[in-house]
Design a protein around this ligand. Structure first.
Ligand code: HAM
Length: 429
């Protein structure tokens, strides 16, 4: 029996790789334009990092972590804790007061797989560490918005909320608990557990009865002090000024415990149940919680698979096309040459000069090699047999129009260039 891939994982086969490269390359370009620098961290970290960083009561830590059998290490379910660990371990705070970092990496969560939800998935994301200023909140949201737009993802809604500080939340959570306690019989088993451990998460419920209950529940925003509200209002008015559209959603809570102040999600209804393309927010206490000197920070991460689902949908409707991988420049047809190293020598020198070229490794006939060259969409072909080796000359054929020129084997590269030059000139005339 053939062995299959683990549930919730996927292969990216060569014919699909252009799509992923497009997303990664576009994101990288925009990150670079925003002056964010790339950081890479290990695939697994000390389990304690995530327990302390993300929070013991979160779904991720309590149910979804892939930990090795001795429990010491865990495949990373997200990057933020890992980036902060690296920031501290490498004393990046000494290099600049504000670190603007980005990453593209695979994550692991033992969730129930469904459309847009995998057990191994990839994110691109950014973390800005060192500033509590509202302007960096705006920079991060504008960055996320710019990447999605550069990718051609346009149908999304930005939902924003502020979670205030721990102290502000504490008073609110007491009120929220009191409220839900009065309505405990209506609560699901999950919510009853959350009521004790993490009542904020009940705001995220999908249960219709609980959603109704939320209509009259106390609202966190009413418990926030003026400084917190001003920070949030400054973010909102800056986004207005930048013409970045958003919706304030006071019920938006995130699945990780480290957040404070500004939080956000970019949502697309086209994704079905897993509607979040991207999520993030401020996490002013995390650096300190992981043993560093206090440093406020904010970041986001986007799900690459979810972005691809949206783009593939658009491509199907012909509203978008993924860039293709670079074409094969030249296919060298071996017309019965005994000494194949003559062709391989040619291939090696052309490849070293930057030409993407290929030949036959299956001892096929000239006819089936020509077929192969067509299938590979080669721009040029050249047939080389004993007589071409003897004379040092062959016929370089342009596949798009069948035009041929005599080419010297020692300078095929120049001949291809010559071909291009003549065509360009003819086109210009
Ligand atoms: P998150 O909301 O857990 O946040 O994940 C961010 C994004 O990753 C989601 O919006 C979604 O697009 C994608 N994602 C999450 N889980 C899965 C999954 N199982 N399959 C496919 N895609 C998934 C974080 O990870 C935070 N570290 C974001 C952050 C950075 N906050 C501050 N800085």
């Amino acid at each position: 029996m053939q062995i299959q891939k683990p549930r919730g994982t996927y292969d990216i086969i060569p014919s699909e790789i252009n799509k992923r490269k497009y997303v990664e390359d576009t994101a990288k370009k925009v990150f670079s334009n925003f002056n964010f620098s790339e950081i890479r961290t290990p695939t697994f970290e000390n389990t304690q990092l995530f327990k302390r960083g993300i929070g013991e009561e979160t779904d991720i830590v309590s149910k979804e972590m892939y930990s090795f059998s001795d429990g010491e290490f865990t495949l990373k379910p997200e990057m933020t804790a890992s980036v902060i660990r690296a920031y501290l371990e490498n004393s990046l705070y000494n290099e600049a007061p504000l670190q603007k970092l980005f990453y593209i990496s695979n994550m692991f969560r033992a969730e129930r797989p469904q459309k847009g939800r995998f057990r191994e998935f990839s994110q691109f994301g950014a973390e800005a560490i060192g500033s509590g200023d509202y302007t960096i909140d705006v920079e991060i949201i504008a960055l996320a918005d710019a990447i999605l737009k550069a990718l051609g993802v346009t149908e999304f809604t930005i939902k924003l909320n502020t979670l205030g500080t721990i102290e502000e939340r504490k008073v609110y959570l007491d009120e929220l608990r009191k409220y839900f306690k009065q309505h405990e019989p209506v609560l699901s088993e999950t919510s009853k557990v959350r009521l004790e451990k993490n009542p904020l998460r009940i705001l995220d419920t999908k249960n219709p009865e609980e959603i109704k209950l939320l209509e009259n529940a106390p609202v966190l925003y009413d418990f926030l002090n003026d400084a917190t509200k001003t920070h949030f209002q400054n973010v909102l008015s800056s986004l207005d000024a930048l013409n970045i559209k958003y919706e304030v959603d006071y019920k938006l809570v995130r699945g990780l415990d480290y957040y404070s102040h500004t939080t956000f999600e970019f949502i697309s209804t086209a994704l079905g149940a897993q509607s979040a393309i991207l999520g993030g927010g401020r996490y002013d206490l995390l650096v300190e919680m992981l043993g560093g000197k206090p440093a406020p920070a904010i970041g986001f991460a986007a799900g690459i698979e979810r972005i691809l689902i949206l783009l593939e949908e658009k491509a199907k409707e012909k509203h978008f096309t993924f860039p293709e991988e670079p074409r094969l420049n030249l296919y060298i047809v071996n017309a019965g040459l005994k000494d194949n190293t003559k062709i391989q020598k040619l291939l090696l020198s052309l490849r070293a000069a930057g030409i993407k070229c290929e030949s036959d490794f299956l001892s096929r006939s000239v006819k089936s090699q020509m077929k192969e060259a067509n299938k590979l969409n080669a721009e040029y072909t050249i047939v080389i047999g004993e007589s071409e080796i003897e004379t040092g000359k062959g016929k370089l054929k342009r596949m798009s129009d069948g035009k041929e020129i005599s080419a010297e084997l020692g300078r095929i590269y120049d001949d291809i260039m010559l071909f291009e030059e003549i065509s360009n000139k003819q086109n210009a005339d």
